[in-house]
Design a protein around this ligand. Sequence first.
Ligand code: HEC
Length: 149
Amino acid sequence: MKLAKLALAAGAFALTATAMAQPKPENFVKERKAAFTLLAWYFGPLGAVAKGEKPFNKDDAVRATNFLVPLSKMPWEGFVAGTENVGNTEALPAVWSNTAKFKELAGKLETEMVKLQQTAAAGDAEAFKKQFGAVGGTCKSCHDDFKKK
Ligand code: HEC
């Protein structure tokens, strides 16, 4: 019984691996949008803390930023060539023509997010609020140049 279950699980994995080998162009768009959606989901509520509308809570900030650090690395692999005008993408062609700038801002997001995680882990409310602004500014500068309004 146990063995049969294992064999089934292995079979399911093999199927998934095959299905994933060649993602369709629209699935790359889904991947990047999903990553951004989750980024906004965990990042957005921290804005109330940054604005002083909600008290800083170390546990909440640590939990959110522990999700945000890996999430900040995820959208980029969805921006493959050939997905410029696929599906309902809001990405501007500049992503593929000004790649150096896009990559620079993507890297900046990752770096600034790690710093946000560090201020959360240190329980430093003031540094956290300040660093929230640095991350938010990075979201904005990329959207200004690379995302449809
Ligand atoms: C390096 C560039 C870049 C950075 C940095 C960036 N974004 Fe984006 N974002 C984009 C692009 C490009 C799109 C459009 C993707 C698409 O529609 O294919 C997008 C789309 C989105 C969307 C819409 C997702 C959807 O379902 O259509 C949200 C929400 C979002 N970003 C939030 C954020 C947040 C929050 C941050 C910062 C924590 C951030 N982004 C940082 C480039 C960036």
